[in-house]
Design a protein around this ligand. Structure first.
Ligand SMILES: [Mn+2]
Length: 308
């Protein structure tokens, strides 16, 4: 069905705001595949410059669009967007829109929609589309897709990985993908401040044994003392939740005038727990933002857990 791509003169690709590795890998893979297979002008647009986390790629291949930098396209393709309000399309004027996505959400907002909620990543859906349409791919494209697969499966350790996923990765590997390089870039590099902060949290988190509850309040004082920023808290909650014998984990981070909570669990539905603060997510991972004192938040959680 994507053979209609050749009918469009100018194609734009966009993804969601705050793009993650699957979003960027998928956008780049699609742009490179259109370039290789069609005589069509194609650009991948984002609304804000990427952090250096993405310097694995040549980010100059991506165009920044915003209110001051506007572009006209005939067809816009959004990748990895669960809803139309998540699409980072500021500064893009378009006629038709196609959506390619794997979220369980309101994502059928295009004139055509390639949605597969069973796919582990948007990169996997693209791989299927490329194969079904006999599109040529090359080693660069394979690398971008592989990166999307690996990031959205947590290095192949989460839910939707099955033998089909592994078969597709095997096919990508045949293009010479350096799997070590991909995993190192996604999961094996941290900034010194992030590591120091992790060390601090691991030394100082609070344990409430009777509730199997482990938490830490990262207020601005802690960040200042360690000369770190809110962004340096990345990945700390994932480390906390490896603690044996505990069920609920919370990292409460002071950010601007509110607290942002990251919740993880093994056995308790933290989506429900987050909802008492107006947040949500998944059963094992959820979050919330609230302007309330940290003592109050912790107390409400203790009461909730005590009543389970
Ligand atoms: Mn994704």
């Amino acid at each position: 069905m994507l053979d209609i791509l050749g009918n469009y003169k100018k194609i734009g690709i966009v993804t969601h705001i705050n793009p993650d590795p699957d979003a960027i890998g998928s956008g780049l893979a699609l742009m490179k595949t259109i370039n290789l297979n069609f005589n069509t002008e194609v650009n991948f647009f984002i609304n804000e410059p990427l952090t250096d986390y993405f310097n694995f790629f040549d980010v100059n291949e991506i165009t920044i669009s915003d209110a001051d930098n506007c572009y006209d396209v005939d067809l816009l393709i959004s990748v990895d967007c669960g809803s139309i309000d998540r699409v980072a399309k500021e500064g893009i004027v378009y006629k038709d829109l196609i959506n390619i996505d794997h979220h369980v959400s309101k994502n059928d907002f295009g004139i055509s929609n390639f949605i597969n909620t069973e796919a582990c990543s948007t990169a996997e859906i693209l791989f299927d589309i490329f194969e079904n349409n006999n599109f040529k791919i090359n080693s660069e494209i394979a690398l971008c897709l592989y990166y999307g697969f690996m990031s959205d499966t947590g290095n192949l350790s989460w839910g939707k990985v099955n033998s089909t996923t592994l078969n597709k990765l095997a096919k990508l590997k045949l293009y010479g993908v350096d799997h070590e390089l991909v995993s190192k870039n996604l999961f094996g590099r941290r900034k010194i401040k992030n590591l120091r902060l992790m060390g601090y949290v691991l030394q100082n988190f609070i344990l409430i044994e009777r509730l199997k509850f482990c938490y830490f309040v990262m207020n601005k004082d802690v960040l200042e003392t360690l000369d770190a920023k809110y962004e340096d808290c990345e990945g700390i909650i994932e480390l906390m939740k490896t603690l044996e014998g505990y069920d609920i984990f919370l990292l409460l981070k002071e950010h601007r005038s509110e607290f942002k909570g990251s919740l993880r669990s093994n056995n308790v539905d933290v989506n429900k727990l987050a909802s008492i603060f107006g947040g949500g997510g998944h059963k094992k991972a959820a979050g919330f933002s609230i302007s309330e004192s940290s003592d109050k938040i912790i107390n409400r959680i203790k009461i909730y857990l005590g009543n389970l």
